[in-house]
Design a protein around this ligand. Structure first.
Ligand SMILES: [Zn+2]
Length: 197
């Protein structure tokens, strides 16, 4: 089944003291977290959209969001536009974590444990210390990059990529996201009405 971007109707939009309040009516509520997200002509090349940071009220399918910045809105009240969630629940959880849960690390390529699929393609994962090879095979230094869990930026040893980031278990964050969401505490101000479980 083809994925269809959720849509919703713009009910209200107001800006007071650098805070934007947006109210949307959904025909069907998307799965949480409803924020952070963006709303507008997301799929068009010259997209006009607004950012939504946090859900502050929800009644049935009518949801009110706050955004901690003034925004201009060329969207029409009463019209229907696309709604796009920025993160999955695990990503929001990461953005809401504390700085001491992360440690700075320089990325170093390591061996990859790879497996051949029936169709001839190969899948692999970072090899753990002392892991049994089983019916897989080792690709030396085959694990050669990671992605930032929040913005998907590549972290690797390559010149063109970032070389370091912050690590929590096997998750990575780039410097920019770490500063923007974790050290600033901004990540804790984002999200849905209900805390993530
Ligand atoms: Zn990032």
């Amino acid at each position: 089944m083809k994925y269809e971007e959720p849509t919703s109707q713009l009910i209200n939009f107001e800006v007071t003291d650098n805070v934007t309040r947006t109210t949307l009516r959904f025909t069907k509520l998307p799965s949480p977290p409803l924020a952070p997200s963006s709303f507008g002509n997301i799929t068009e090349p010259n997209q006009t959209n607004i950012k939504l940071h946090k859900v502050i009220e929800r009644e049935g399918n009518i949801v009110t969001f706050e955004t901690y910045q003034a925004q201009s809105c060329s969207l029409q009240i009463g019209e229907t536009y696309s709604f796009r969630r920025l993160w999955a629940p695990w990503q929001l959880e990461m953005a809401q974590s504390n700085p001491e849960q992360w440690r700075k690390e320089y990325f170093k390529a390591s061996d990859m444990l790879a497996f051949k699929n029936k169709d001839g393609s190969t899948i692999g994962r970072k090899m753990a210390d002392g892991e049994a090879i089983g019916d897989g095979f080792i690709v030396p230094k085959g694990w050669e990059h990671e992605h930032c869990s929040l913005c998907w930026k590549t972290i690797s040893e390559l010149e063109s990529d970032e070389h370091s980031g912050y690590v929590n278990n096997s998750y990575w964050l780039c410097q920019e996201c770490y500063d923007k969401y974790i050290t600033s505490g901004f990540g804790k101000k984002l999200g849905d009405l209900d805390p993530i479980v």
